[in-house]
Design a protein around this ligand. Structure first.
Ligand code: HEM
Ligand code: HEM
Length: 189
């Protein structure tokens, strides 16, 4: 890796936040889907406890990531990117962040509106975000599910964009977000 490569790389903190949250989001989408479709057995309750617990943990990490990001600007885009491409990438990332906050918050509100007591990781009681409200339950459930689909679609586009940069544009966009262990091999300097 050259000095100029290193200067345009995402640092270790950004990479750690990105990949940890990405992993948790993948787990959340799978867990949410399984929890909803599982037959009514004690396992269904456990799946929901995992889903709600990991969801709230993700919210904490996303808030910390946004606070960290507010003080640390992103590395510059590759020189070949046109200004509309940069705006599109910026909007997509903004929307991803918005959904990363809206998903757990809507789930938390849904849980409170439905008046379901839950202990995160079977230990910490989740305080209600709003009061019980039967009428709100279907609205919040529908929003949570639809936003889950929107997030999944956006992640597919996001991954396609990263692969396009790597294999078609052949720039360092993907490489500079990868943990260093993947980029060290084969690159001297
Ligand atoms: C990163 C955060 C989260 C993501 C990505 C996420 C995603 C999902 C997905 C994909 C589903 C299944 C939708 C379907 O196909 O029917 C779901 C369902 C559900 N989630 Fe989440 N979720 C998150 C956080 C939370 C949190 C924090 C809670 C509660 C504290 C929660 C409560 C629920 C509930 C109650 C359902 C069932 C909704 C229904 O009855 O249709 N979620 N979630
Ligand atoms: C749940 C999955 C994922 C989520 C929620 C997510 C979210 C994000 C967000 C919000 C950013 C913007 C960072 C910032 O400007 O602060 C970002 C950047 C990035 N993501 Fe992801 N990501 C996910 C999965 C992936 C995967 C699987 C790949 C690779 C195949 C990937 C590749 C990248 C790259 C290369 C960047 C940096 C782009 C740049 O330098 O401008 N992401 N991601």
């Amino acid at each position: 890796m050259t000095e100029s490569d290193r200067a345009t790389d995402w640092g270790g903190t950004a990479k750690a936040f990105h990949w940890l949250i990405a992993l948790l989001i993948f787990a959340q989408i799978v867990l949410g889907w399984y929890a909803v479709h599982w037959p009514l057995t004690p396992t269904k309750i456990d799946l929901f406890v995992w889903h709600k617990s990991i969801g709230m943990l993700t919210l904490v990490l996303v808030v910390l990531r946004l606070l960290w990001r507010a003080g640390h600007p992103r590395p510059p885009y590759p020189a070949h990117m046109k200004s509309w491409e940069k705006r599109l990438a910026g909007s997509a990332h903004g929307l991803l962040y918005a959904l990363l906050v809206a998903m757990p918050v809507s789930g938390w509100m849904l849980n409170a509106a439905a008046n379901v007591p839950v202990r995160l990781f079977w230990a910490v009681p989740l305080p209600p975000l709003i009061g019980p409200d039967r009428a709100l339950v279907p609205v919040l459930a529908t929003s949570h599910v639809l936003m889950g689909w929107a997030l999944s679609a956006l992640i597919v586009l996001h991954v396609a964009a990263a692969l396009h940069h790597h294999f078609v544009r052949r720039d360092r966009m993907l490489v500079r977000m990868l943990p260093r262990v993947f980029t060290r091999a084969g690159r001297a300097g």
